[in-house]
Write a protein that binds this ligand. Structure first.
Ligand SMILES: NC(=O)c1ccc[n+]([C@@H]2O[C@H](COP(=O)([O-])OP(=O)(O)OC[C@H]3O[C@@H](n4cnc5c(N)ncnc54)[C@H](O)[C@@H]3O)[C@@H](O)[C@H]2O)c1
Length: 224
C-alpha cells in the first residue's frame, strides 16, 4: 500500500530533502508551506488535511517541520509579539497539525508522527529564548502524545537536530557558521539528507517499537 505523508514547511531546506527522501520510498507526499498552509491557523490546517484525505484517502504520516527561529534578543528585551509568533508557529502549529491528523489515524489504527525539534530545546540557546522554549515544548508534546497514543498504532517521535546547512542558517555569516561547526564534535554542520534519512525510518513500518522518543542528530553534540 502506498503510504500518504504530509510534510509541513515543505518548501524549506529540511522540507525539500524530507519530501524527496519519502518519495524515493514510494510514499505519496504532500509538501505544504505558506501561503497555502499556515500551521498557526486551525482552518488552514483543516483545509489542507481535508484536501489530502479527499485526494488520497487518508494521512499515514505527518512530519511537523514548519518552523521559524525568530529574532535574537536577551529575554528581558524580547518583543512580546515576536515571542508569541515563534511559540505559535513552532509549538502551537505542531499541536494543531497533530490534533487534526490523530483522529483519522486512530480510526485506522496506524500513524507515524515526526516532530522536528532542535537542540536549542535541550541546551537553551542564548538570545533565542522563544525558539528554545518552543522547541523544548515540542519535545515535551512528543513525549506526552507518544505515551497517550502508545497502544493505538500511532507512533509519535521527534528529531533533535544541532546545526544543519539549510535556509534557517543561510543568514549566518561565515564566521558564525564556523562557530556553529566548531561546537559539533564531528566539526561540521549536518546535511538535510542526513535528517531525511531518519525521518524516512520514523515514518515507516520499519519503526515499530519507538514512541515518545527524542532522537539527536548532532554529530556527537548530545546533551542528554
Ligand atoms: N537548519 C537547522 O540547523 C535546524 C536545526 C534544528 C532544528 N531545525 C528545525 O527544522 C525545521 C526546518 O528548518 P529549515 O532549516 O528547513 O528552515 P527553512 O527556513 O528552510 O524552512 C522552514 C519552512 O517553514 C515554513 N513556515 C514558516 N512558518 C510557517 C507557517 N506558519 N506555516 C507553514 N509553514 C511555515 C517556511 O516558509 C519555510 O519554508 C524548523 O522547525 C527548524 O526549527 C533546523
Amino acid at each position: 500500500m502506498t503510504r500518504v505523508a504530509i510534510v509541513t514547511g515543505g518548501a524549506g531546506g529540511f522540507g525539500t530533502a524530507i519530501a524527496e527522501r519519502l518519495r524515493a520510498e514510494r510514499m505519496e507526499v504532500v509538501a505544504a508551506d505558506l501561503p497555502e498552509l499556515d500551521v498557526t491557523d486551525p482552518d488552514s490546517v483543516d483545509r489542507l488535511v481535508s484536501g489530502v484525505v479527499e485526494r488520497h484517502g487518508r494521512v499515514d504520516a505527518l512530519v511537523n517541520n514548519a518552523g521559524i527561529a525568530g529574532p535574537t534578543a536577551p529575554v528581558d528585551a524580547y518583543p512580546l509579539d515576536e515571542w508569541r509568533r515563534v511559540l505559535d508557529v513552532d509549538l502551537t502549529g505542531t499541536f494543531l497539525c497533530m490534533r487534526r491528523c490523530i483522529p483519522g489515524m486512530r480510526e485506522r489504527g496506524y500513524g507515524r508522527i515526526v516532530n522536528i525539534a532542535s537542540i536549542a530545546g535541550k541546551e537553551g540557546n542564548p538570545d533565542m529564548s522563544a525558539y528554545s522554549a518552543a522547541k523544548a515544548g515540542v519535545i515535551a508534546l512528543t513525549k506526552s502524545a507518544g505515551k497517550e497514543l502508545a497502544r493505538t498504532g500511532i507512533l509519535v517521535n521527534c528529531i533533535v537536530p544541532a546545526v544543519f546547512d539549510t535556509g534557517l542558517t543561510d543568514a549566518a555569516s561565515d564566521e558564525e557558521r564556523e562557530r556553529f561547526a566548531a561546537r559539533v564534535p564531528m566539526g561540521r554542520m549536518g546535511r538535510p539528507a542526513e535528517l531525511a534519512e531518519l525521518v524516512s525510518w520514523l515514518t515507516s513500518d520499519r519503526c515499530s517499537f519507538s514512541t515518545g522518543a527524542a532522537f539527536d542528530l548532532s554529530g556527537g553534540r548530545a546533551v542528554y
